[in-house]
Ligand binder design. Structure first.
Ligand SMILES: Nc1nc2c(c(=O)[nH]1)N[C@H]1C(S)=C(S)[C@@H](COP(=O)(O)O)O[C@H]1N2
Ligand SMILES: [Mo]
Length: 194
């Protein structure tokens, strides 16, 4: 288990300007997709040696990450002590074998939603493609069947309903980033807006 904030008290775990919530709010642009798992694929593409398309069974066979973390939404709520389970992002990188120029990633979701991230923000042991939260399969509203979880960045980077991971040599702003959010989104530096 990776404990992102082990040994810290609740107060020092809270980034500036955040308020703790016990509930888990649902936040996204648009509607919740209805997904047919039999036709669902995760596409790995771009500047990699091994582009491929994985079905859900293949994705599940890569799982094994358990990450306990706090989540921080740019709209100022934080939810402490979440346990996510799923595929460690390092396993995706190991399979894909990105080219040396591939320093950036665009994560693609249903309905064309995207988020941009630096590869070094994803290729860490506490980042995962989650299938479960607090012991239960993700609900549709929270991103079933597969969502990204990047604990050290604002939660808008944690893309729900992930369908593709695209590696590249330039950083293209994603959906919220084009709409004024910061390119990186570090909550400890309050990188809220760009
Ligand atoms: N596909 C998709 N993922 C998304 C979003 C979205 O609009 N579409 N919104 C982001 C934002 S702004 C937030 S705060 C979190 C909210 O996740 P939650 O609803 O599970 O709390 O999802 C992120 N992931
Ligand atoms: Mo958000």
């Amino acid at each position: 288990m990776t404990d992102a904030e082990s040994g810290l008290t609740a107060a020092s775990r809270l980034p500036p300007g955040q308020v703790v919530t016990r509930k888990w709010p649902v936040l996204h642009y648009g509607t919740t997709p209805r997904i047919d798992l039999a036709r669902w694929r995760l596409t790995i593409s771009g500047s990699v040696e091994n582009p491929e398309s994985l079905d859900f069974t293949q994705v599940e066979s890569l799982s094994g990450a358990v990450v306990r973390c706090d989540i921080h939404c740019v709209t100022r709520w934080s939810r402490l002590d979440n346990t996510f389970e799923g595929v460690p992002f390092t396993a995706i990188v190991a399979r894909a074998r990105p080219h040396p120029d591939a320093r950036f990633v665009t994560v693609h979701a249903e309905f064309g939603f995207t988020a941009n991230l630096r590869l070094d923000d994803l290729d860490r042991p506490d980042v995962l493609l989650a299938t479960r939260h607090d012991g239960a399969i993700l609900t549709a509203d929270h991103g079933w069947p597969l969502r990204l979880v990047v604990p050290h960045l604002y939660f808008w980077k944690s893309v729900k309903w992930v369908r593709g991971i695209e590696f590249g040599d330039v950083e293209r702003p994603g959906f919220w980033e084009r709409n004024g959010y910061h390119m990186r989104g570090d909550p400890w530096r309050e990188e809220r807006y760009g």
